[in-house]
Design a protein around this ligand. Structure first.
Ligand SMILES: [Zn+2]
Length: 858
């Protein structure tokens, strides 16, 4: 974990002391993703094992469809008051100790506010992983139904006909600028919520004419708590263990999907995301590198201006270092060379600009009250800090709506201009140096938009199932997708009828491109990155996606991908190639029904003719295509029961694919673990062989005579060595390196059918391979980094050059017969690289099916 030294020295040295590197459970596995906020919240591997919840349950696939637009409810004016269900009182809510409003008290407070003020409307707009309601508060002057319809029409015109909207003087005056305030997305950064409540109460009851004028020209949308599970539990992630502020381009979690829909529907011109804790209060804009797909000239102008306004408001509260322990505001763009960037669109304020926000900020309130401080500080001190933090959050909100009020027409015009450039297909604009003070060459990042992306149908598509998922994901992000009515040519390539087309002449082309372009290798340009630097959906989600530079096609817009499931007309056994996570789900569903499946070469399962009806249901349900099996035979496959010492995202992904997963850890094994219901042990986090008791080791050794092992990362590599499994030497690349890599795949049981690209975080590779070890996937001899950030260390080691041609994923049978697969890549990272999930599934199927059988090569 590397942090910007400038910020470190001033602001967070105390925070770092709480969790020094040496305190990590397993020094062999450097903690990969840095924690934004410098949060020392539960990091990736700490969230890991031991979650008893949902152990062994099958998770139904989540349909990636836009929910019914219950909101905004057309035909209604404002207020739109609904009485919120009030949850039972929970004395264990972590907010209570801080003197803040616990989750269960939010609904009563909001119900009361609706009763008192016709400026306040509240509705439930989503639910958390654990099923808690998410509350949207809209504060605006009352509107008749006709006025609300007019606002909706103007919003749609800004997006869909920006050139005419730009010329419409009446629109500029009459359109109420939408502002979005997001609070508490990290559950243990509480006071954003309390700042929102205070703001809403003030605006609801104020008799100030300036407030009346504000509410006649704006709609203020407040997500009261973006992470109700985390607020109650006093933890950073949601109830599934996911950091929601890393999830926006993946949208694996219901909270993220609800926020995505909210931003699409409300189209805010400005947004603030309230976090903690950095002292002095940190207010974006950010350092470089800057996201290359934003209209950055419009963005930086407004974001910097509002940042300065928030700074003045926060400093104006009068808190001082001497008196209160509060340092002055810092603005990374102005105050630091790098280390707090807006490169990946995984964070709320870095996602909102694609839906038209031209001022968008993370705000880190100052005084730490979470983690060790929550446990150790006296209650009075915690409450003193939380009161100050609430003041700061409210000041940032007030400054933002004041800013929008004062620049109302300009902000609306700039949002229109974002969509106009996209619709017109203009080239990316290079931002003029000095557009704001300090904007230099180091701040200039641009990209090239292709004319369109084609997601081919037919033989040019590596997975129709994956293509359908990607299309649905794009549509869920409000990206327009069309489907070709007949075949068309681009240059020498003919694309068949039914191919999907993402025309880049569209209002949200930035969002389309940030997901579909390969990305950039930014290693040469910056020393350190905050979080991930590569994510391309085109390269990691398993579908073939091709940029084209011309487009002549007759195509229709689609609202959802076409069905992809099929079963052949021929009778006889059916083959299912496990090349996509949906195929894994289908296979696990069949296995759960007791269908007698066999596992053949090249990652293909064979289903007997007698199970045809079940196969047809699975084909429809998961969108997978069965083909006639050339031959039956192969190894009998049963449901794979996994004991997993893994991070939260890996547990989630394994369960999502329908595997039966029991979380384990060093502690769980030392407590006496019953191995009799385990087929494969997955090790990536929280299991240290050296710390196992003699009894636990004996039990593990007994398991290894009958069970398989799949490992990932440094913890997995260490476990392999300590348990005496495969003969390999693990080599660690630089721990903060991450991104999309080019690879070469084998035709083995794990490698066959893999995409040519993979994702790495703290990349690893394997040398000194014993004769029993096969290479399933290797880093390409060229690159191998395609996009991301990966440098060699100070000694020239651990860089991408060293990884060239080296084994990234290996398999083999150890002396006891255990089938072992080792990943040096990150195939399930944050549930994102969907195209890589089936590699893990194939590793599990192969390992469970051949372990204990006679030793053959995989
Ligand atoms: Zn945060």
């Amino acid at each position: 974990m590397r942090l910007p030294t400038a910020l470190l020295g001033v602001a967070v040295s105390a925070a770092l002391l709480v969790v020094p590197q040496s305190a990590q459970a397993d020094p062999a596995d450097p903690q990969p993703p840095a924690v934004r906020d410098f949060g020392n919240g539960p990091e990736r591997n700490e969230v890991a094992a031991g979650l008893p919840e949902q152990a062994g349950t099958l998770r139904a696939p989540q349909a990636e469809k836009r929910p019914d637009p219950a909101w905004p409810s057309h035909g209604h004016g404002y207020p739109r008051q609904t009485r919120l269900p009030e949850p039972a009182e929970n004395p264990a809510d972590a907010s209570i100790k801080l003197g803040l409003v616990p989750y269960h008290a939010l609904a009563p407070r909001l119900n009361e506010l609706q009763r008192r003020s016709d400026r306040v409307s509240v509705e439930v707009f989503g639910r958390s992983h654990q099923g808690r309601d998410m509350y949207l508060v809209t504060v605006t002057a009352p509107e008749s139904a006709a006025e609300a319809r007019e606002q909706a029409r103007m919003r749609e015109r800004i997006e869909n006909d920006p050139a005419s909207a730009a010329r419409d003087r009446a629109l500029a005056k009459r359109y109420k600028a939408p502002v979005f305030v997001n609070a508490n997305i990290h559950g243990n950064e509480w006071e954003g919520t309390d700042g929102v409540l205070r703001t809403v109460e003030e605006l609801a009851t104020s008799t100030d004419p300036a407030v009346a004028d504000l509410l006649s020209k704006t709609r203020l949308y407040f997500n009261v708590t973006a992470n109700p599970d985390g607020r109650v539990l006093g933890q950073r992630p949601n109830g599934a263990g996911f950091d929601l502020n890393r999830d926006f381009i993946t949208a694996s979690q219901p909270e993220t999907r609800a926020m995505r829909q909210l931003m699409t529907d409300t189209q805010p011109v400005a947004m603030v995301d309230l976090h903690g804790y950095v002292n002095g209060t940190l207010i974006e804009p950010t350092t470089p590198p800057h996201g290359a797909n934003y209209e950055y000239d419009l963005f930086i102008k407004n974001t910097y201006a509002n940042g300065l306004g928030m700074e003045a408001a926060v400093n104006g509260l009068g808190y001082t270092l001497e008196k209160d322990g509060v340092r002055p505001v810092q603005i990374p763009f102005r105050d630091d060379p790098e280390g707090w960037d807006d490169w990946p669109p995984i964070f709320t304020p870095q996602y909102a600009p694609f839906h038209g926000a031209v001022a968008s900020h993370t705000v880190e309130i100052p005084l730490r009250v979470n983690n060790a401080d929550y446990t150790n500080l006296p209650v009075e001190e915690l409450r003193r800090r939380s009161a100050i933090n609430t003041d700061v959050a409210a000041a940032a909100i007030r400054a933002t709506y004041t800013f929008v009020h004062s620049r109302h027409q300009q902000l609306v015009a700039d949002q229109i201009e974002v969509f106009r450039r996209g619709t017109a297909g203009e080239p990316a604009k290079e931002v003029p140096l000095g557009i704001v003070p300090g904007f230099g060459p180091e701040d200039v990042y641009t990209t090239t938009y292709p004319r369109a992306y084609v997601i081919p149908a037919g033989s040019g598509q590596r997975s129709e199932t994956a293509a359908g998922r990607l299309v649905d994901h794009l549509i869920a992000n409000d990206v327009r997708v069309e489907r070709a009515e007949r075949s068309f040519r681009v240059g020498r390539t003919t694309y068949p009828e039914g191919s999907y087309v993402v025309d880049m002449r569209q209002p949200k082309r930035g969002l389309a491109n940030v997901m579909l372009e390969p990305g950039q290798d930014i290693s040469p340009r910056v020393d350190a990155m905050y979080d991930i630097s590569g994510w391309s959906h085109a390269l990691l989600w398993g579908a073939t996606v091709e940029p084209v530079d011309s487009l002549r096609v007759k195509a229709d817009p689609v609202k959802a991908a076409a069905p992809t499931g099929s079963v052949p007309r021929t009778f006889g056994p059916l083959a299912l190639k496990v090349g996509d996570a949906k195929e894994v789900m289908a296979l696990n569903d069949l296995l759960a029904q007791g269908v007698e499946v066999t596992w053949g070469d090249g990652g293909t399962a064979v289903v007997p003719a007698s199970a045809r009806a079940a196969a047809r249901t699975a084909a429809d349900r998961y969108g997978v295509a069965f083909t006639p099996a050339r031959r039956s035979g192969g190894t009998p496959l049963t449901q794979v029961r996994i004991a997993a010492a893994a991070s939260a995202d890996e547990l989630y992904t394994l369960r999502e694919m329908g595997f039966s997963v029991t979380p384990v850890s060093t502690q769980v094994l030392n407590d006496g673990f019953d191995w009799s219901a385990t087929d494969v042990l997955f090790v990536s986090s929280g299991l240290n062989h050296a710390q196992l008791s003699p009894e636990a080791r004996t039990a593990l050794d007994a398991f290894l005579t009958t069970g398989g092992v799949v490992t990932r990362g440094g913890t997995g590599t260490s476990f392999n060595a300590a348990a005496g499994l495969l003969t390999v030497t693990g080599v660690a690349g630089r721990s903060d390196a991450n991104g999309v890599v080019r690879t070469v795949v084998s035709d083995g049981s794990v490698g066959a059918g893999s995409p040519e690209h993979s994702f790495v975080y703290s990349p690893r590779w394997f040398t000194g391979l014993g004769p029993e070890v096969q290479v399933e996937q290797a880093y390409a001899a060229e690159g191998p980094l395609v996009s991301g950030h990966w440098r060699a260390d100070q000694n020239g080691m651990g860089g991408p050059e060293q990884a060239r041609g080296q084994a990234a994923v290996v398999s083999g049978r150890d002396e006891r017969g255990a089938a072992v697969v080792m990943f040096g890549t990150e195939p399930m990272f944050r549930n994102h690289p969907k195209g890589l999930f089936p590699q893990v599934a194939r590793a599990l199927y192969w390992s469970s099916s051949v372990t204990g059988a006679a030793v053959t090569t995989p």
